[in-house]
Design a protein around this ligand. Structure first.
Ligand code: ATP
Length: 350
């Protein structure tokens, strides 16, 4: 049976003036899925949301929402007819309307009783039943964003588009609200597309992540697969510090496993690299010999509470970063015996 998608993006391209923002982008989202678009500043994330909402037009391709064509060559359904909900960081609540009236704003198609019921349902969903008569300026930033979310979900949009909705908030609130909003969206089975440049937020929030870089999709997969099996250097580099080592002949010859991966993917003209995260290094007190076993000297340390990141110098790999537990009592100047976990090495040819 053909799978039903709520959103289908087929080979779309967009230009501002004559400059391509993105080209030939395709992906599909199923009913109830939460998908994040993660990418550096200026890569086209917001523009992608704007073309889906109908605020911007595409110059090539096709956009379908719930199997109905919204954008294509020669067709453009206006934003108000797309049944799309929007939550932006700066999409403020109406200051002259109270919370209940703010939520009721988009419910003109409901009769009076249904409207009242829907507002009550939304207030309960975002757990703000006691705030209905209050005005926006009396609410905290996080509470205002919860009401903005309730207002966007209230008219039962087919899909919700969220553009960095938490970016104006402090970090602790941001992380809590992110989880709360995820629960609210899951409870209401709301298909959602969420733009962020915060990798942790994307990992926490989404069923799937789209890595967008320079107007191209680098990878579209579950958070776990992208983290553990990134397909491109850009996808690998999104989630915090990563070590990049160019494979020179001496290293390849020294470590059997590196010889094997190079032999599996021979490339005579391009440069080969391995990438690994700091937690791929295992502090090996017992000196157990393995295929990728080496030593490195601790140059500097950064404390992060529960763990330490150590800048290390290795004769084989150059300057690299390792992540260690506090109990391992790593100190500056010491030479460590280390094992590089083979399962956590990503091999790229550039
Ligand atoms: N109205 C506009 N006219 C011309 N160029 C624009 C316009 N809006 C955005 N751009 C350009 O298009 C590119 C993509 O912008 P967009 O806002 O989609 O990126 P983004 O990934 O959302 O960035 P950020 O994370 O900084 O918000 C950028 O180079 C930007 O300068």
């Amino acid at each position: 049976m053909k799978q039903k998608y709520l959103l289908e993006i087929k080979n779309i391209s967009h230009k501002y003036d004559k400059i391509n923002t993105f080209s030939d982008i395709s992906f599909c989202i199923s009913q109830g899925e939460i998908v994040s678009i993660l990418g550096p500043s200026g890569c086209g994330k917001s523009t992608l949301l704007r073309v889906i909402s109908g605020i911007e037009t595409i110059c090539k391709g096709q956009i379908l929402i719930d199997e109905k064509e919204m954008s294509s060559d020669g067709k453009h359904v206006p934003p108000e007819k797309r049944e799309v909900g929007l939550v932006f960081q700066d999409l403020a609540l109406f200051p002259h309307l109270n919370i209940a009236q703010n939520i009721a704003f988009g419910l003109l198609k409901f009769d009076k009783t249904a409207r009242k019921e829907r507002v009550a349902e939304m207030l309960s969903l975002v757990q703000m039943e006691n705030f209905q008569d209050k005005y926006p300026h009396l609410l905290s930033g996080g509470q205002q964003q919860r009401i903005a979310l309730a207002r966007a979900i209230a008219p039962l949009p087919k899909i919700l588009l969220l553009d960095e909705p938490f970016s104006g908030l402090d970090m602790a609130l941001r992380r809590n609200l992110c989880l709360e909003v995820k629960n609210i969206l899951k409870k209401s089975q709301m298909t959602s597309l969420f733009v962020t440049h915060d990798a942790t937020e994307a990992l926490m929030f989404s069923d799937k992540i789209i890595i967008l870089s320079e107007g191209k999709i680098e990878q579209f997969d579950t958070p776990e697969n992208i983290y553990t099996n990134p397909q491109t250097p850009a996808a690998a580099s999104f989630f915090g510090t990563i070590n990049k080592v160019k494979l020179s002949n001496p290293i390849i010859q020294k470590f059997k496993y590196l010889q094997e991966i190079v032999e599996k993917n021979p490339s005579y003209s391009n440069e080969q690299f391995i990438y690994f995260r700091p937690d791929a290094l295992i502090f090996n007190k017992k000196n157990i010999r393995t295929d990728i076993y080496f030593s490195a000297q601790v140059i500097s340390l950064q404390y992060y509470g529960a763990y330490i990141l150590a800048n290390l110098h290795s004769e084989d790999f150059g300057m690299i970063t390792g992540k260690f537990r506090l109990e391992e009592k790593i100190s500056i100047g010491v030479r460590l015996s280390l094992t590089l976990n083979k399962q956590m090495i990503f091999h790229f040819i550039k």
